[in-house]
Design a protein around this ligand. Structure first.
Ligand code: F6P
Length: 543
């Protein structure tokens, strides 16, 4: 058995610590002045993605050391282990095989002695059948009307992926169908999503890996009551409900015909499931061919990640850059700023992907980490964010590396809107990197007292990720890029990026509090004095 050297004791880590001291004050202005080719040199073009990482506070030596750290951390063997189907989700003893969801027919990936790829394609075919029936109007509701509304009920990975993908690919969606997404246990979500829908024309997709999640099951039962209020007969449920789950028994118990259940597997994590049957709403929206094109985009990125040398490997470089800021500059947050309105839910999606994956405080063997793990991800589409929080990124006291994401071709050409959009994206990255010196401000005859206010320090790093057009395949590539960047970070931090124990305590406490809100028994409350008082206060207000 090989002994793993703890991260902070690895040669490359220690070299990076020393290197950081040397380069921390280096300014991007200087780096660009010293090397006029930097903006061309520090770019990679692969599988239709142009990645510019020149505006990062790195030198060639930084990159060499980061790559050395990846090597010393066994990143290569971790990647191979994932692709082989090893049980790398150690705390749940599961394989991590979202890459199998987009494996082409004929590829073999074995889990517990069984090739999982044929099963993946069988489910895709079944999804295609369902989506074609809904899209063509062949799928009729209980009273014989065609389905016009698709409502996905799910939460977390069973919601964020479907919503994000629907919004991202809305351009390609069948416009005579209405899509709604219900996730929150707050009744408002259900009421607002269904208030103008005709039950006779509505199909609910109950999306839940476990089929036990409180929010989803509560909303699913409410949906059934809502439907039966109009359609009256329990047989209607079979025509208006389908399920996506790994839990056949619970689906049957709910009353959904298991012929209308779309299966996936315990080796697909919730936040890695938008390309599994959880994407049924996406497939109904864009059709099975476009969905398969999206899978092909994912697969292209998988292959790039698996085979490209690390110094030309997009997710590896992206992950290493996150680590550089997170662990050496003590950066706390990363902004994702798509200059593409259709990607308005991308950062919400990435929050679960990145933060549920890498928000961990112990290594795989349970040892407390002595370094920072996953940063906070957030963001909004440009240019909207420019008129809200960019002020802080430009002139605040915090260092926030940014990912700018743009497309050279608009999906909706309109006058010169697209040129204006991209001009803004390029301008923001330029302004962040190079800023504006006091001398430059003074040269504009600005009064001396205003100069500090109008000075931009610059040296604020960003990546620019450019693709040609937001197609289903492009979306697949982008999402897989972040998935594998998260993998790269987690592998080096030696954490389990695929469990999520941190959500359990709150769930258990809520289960204990629910009956306490609904009874008058004062003696039952055995929480801390704050929680007890809040519960009493609530009960008094409600009853
Ligand atoms: O509570 C967190 C979580 O388990 C996520 O990881 C998951 O995506 C979400 O809940 C929904 O779970 P399910 O699909 O089982 O309803």
């Amino acid at each position: 058995m090989t002994t793993i050297i703890p991260l902070t004791q690895r040669v490359a880590w220690q070299a990076l610590e020393a290197h950081y001291v040397k380069v921390q004050e280096l300014h991007l202005r200087q780096l660009f002045a010293d090397d006029p080719t930097r903006g061309e040199r520090m770019t990679i073009e692969a599988i239709g993605i142009y990645f510019d990482y020149s505006k990062h506070r790195i030198t060639d030596e930084t990159l060499t050391l980061l790559l050395q750290l990846a090597a010393e951390s066994g990143l290569r063997s971790r990647i191979d282990a994932m692709f082989r189907g090893d049980k790398i989700n150690v705390t749940e003893k599961r394989a991590v095989l979202h890459i199998a969801l987009r494996a082409p027919k004929g590829q073999t990936i074995v889990v517990d002695g069984e090739d999982v790829v044929p099963g993946v394609h069988a489910v895709l075919d079944k999804m295609a059948d369902c989506s074609t029936q809904v899209r063509s109007g062949e799928w009729k509701g209980y009273t014989g009307k065609r389905i016009r509304n698709i409502v996905n009920i799910g939460i977390g990975g069973s919601d964020l992926g479907p919503v994000m993908a629907y919004e991202a690919l809305r351009h390609y969606s069948q416009r005579d169908l209405t899509f709604r997404f219900i996730s929150n246990i707050d009744g408002t979500d259900f009421i607002e999503a269904t208030r103008d829908l005709d039950a006779e024309e509505t199909l609910f997709i109950i999306a839940s890996k476990t089929f036990t999640t409180l929010e989803t099951m509560t909303n699913a039962h409410t949906a059934r009551d809502w439907l039966l209020k109009t359609l009256k007969h329990p047989d209607a449920v079979a025509r208006h409900f389908v399920a996506v789950s790994t839990n056949v028994e619970a689906v049957a118990q709910f009353g959904i015909d298991t012929a209308n259940m779309f299966e996936f597997w315990d080796w697909v994590g919730g936040r890695y499931s938008m390309d599994s049957a959880i994407g049924l709403s996406t497939m109904i929206a864009i059709g099975s061919e476009a969905f398969r094109a999206m899978l092909d985009g994912f697969h292209q990125m998988d292959e790039h990640f698996r085979t490209a040398p690390f110094h030309r490997n997009l997710p590896v470089l992206m992950g290493l850059l996150v680590l550089w800021y997170n662990n050496f500059f003590d950066v706390q947050t990363m902004a994702v700023l798509p200059y593409e309105h259709y990607l308005k839910r991308l950062s919400a999606y990435l929050q679960q992907l990145t933060m549920e994956s890498n928000g961990k405080h112990v290594t795989q063997d349970g040892t407390e980490v002595v370094y920072q793990t996953g940063p906070i991800y957030w963001g909004e589409p440009g240019t909207n964010g420019q008129h809200s929080f960019y002020q802080l990124i430009h002139q605040g006291t915090k260092l926030i590396p940014c990912d700018f994401i743009g497309f050279t071709q608009p999906l909706n050409p309109l006058g010169h809107h697209h040129d204006l959009l991209l001009a803004n994206m390029f301008a923001q990255a330029e302004a962040l990197a190079f800023g504006k010196t006091p001398q430059e401000v003074q040269a504009e005859s600005i009064p001396a007292w205003l100069v500090p206010h109008q000075t931009f320090e610059g040296n604020r790093p960003s990546s620019t990720i450019l693709l040609e057009r937001l197609t289903p395949a492009a979306l697949g590539k982008l999402v897989a890029l972040y998935e594998h960047s998260v993998f790269t970070q987690g592998a080096i931090w030696d954490i389990d990026s695929f469990d999520q124990w941190g959500v359990e305590l709150g769930k258990a406490l809520a289960a204990r509090i629910i009956p306490e809100l609904e009874t008058e028994d004062k003696n039952r409350l055995k929480h801390d004095s704050s929680t007890n008082t809040l519960i009493r206060h609530y009960r008094k207000a409600r009853f």
